[in-house]
Design a protein around this ligand. Structure first.
Ligand code: SF4
Length: 212
């Protein structure tokens, strides 16, 4: 466990919702825009018993809990954690890099799956088998670092017929690399079947804040 804390969800279709964040330690990827580098080392956290995690989530009593990282699916016990969280009276989201198969994630969990663009420097990590596993509960997220990245995503949406995908498509400008106004203009011009999102927590608390 890297950290567990109380805040609002800053991204996804549930942005703005009070949320308990469970940030697991460790990630094998090295995205150029990573804003949680502090959680990348596997030793950046401490072991926390499953019962203690569930007790803390219950104590906070939020309508939403997000399991994130790092890369949460890099930890084998993440699936067990998701199953335990699924027994609680709240929505459970999982944010994952898309570098791991999501087939073992319980159906009730809302999966937010990244598709890494070339600008992330980790495009080879995409497990494209995940595309066929997505449901209307899920969200597919693209972080755009440049106009080239945007063009790559546009082609990707066509190539994999994502206009017909049940999952919500999300596009985020990489903080400090692409202006939100530019991304908006490109999406409107091309009539992309996607939603634009900003990182609400950075708007509220600033780009450098952690644990919020
Ligand atoms: S997958 Fe996420 S946590 Fe891992 S390096 Fe990329 S942005 Fe950072």
């Amino acid at each position: 466990m890297h950290e567990i804390y109380d805040s609002i969800q800053g991204e996804s279709t549930l942005a703005g919702t009070p949320c308990t964040f469970i940030r697991l330690a460790g990630c094998p990827l090295r995205c150029g825009y990573c804003d949680t580098t502090q959680a990348i080392p596997t030793d950046s956290g401490e072991w926390m018993a499953m019962e203690a995690i569930i007790a803390e989530v219950k104590r906070q009593g939020r309508p939403l809990v997000l399991v994130t990282g790092g890369e949460p699916l890099a930890q084998k016990q993440c699936i067990e954690l998701l199953k335990e969280l699924g027994k609680l009276d709240c929505i459970v989201q999982l944010e994952t890099s898309g570098a791991y198969l999501i087939d073992q994630v319980p159906e009730s969990v809302h999966r937010i799956v990244d598709i890494k663009t070339p600008g992330s420097l980790e495009v080879e990590r995409n497990r494209l088998e995940n595309l066929a596993l997505l449901t209307a509960n899920d969200e597919l997220k693209f972080v755009i670092t440049s106009r080239d990245d945007y063009e790559w995503v546009r082609q990707f949406i066509v190539e994999y017929n994502l206009a017909a995908c049940e999952a919500t498509l999300l596009m985020s400008p990489a903080y400090g690399s692409v202006a939100g106004s530019d991304l908006c203009a490109w999406m409107l011009e091309d009539r992309l079947p996607a939603r634009m999102q900003l990182q609400l927590h950075k708007v509220i608390w600033g780009a450098q804040a952690t644990g919020v």
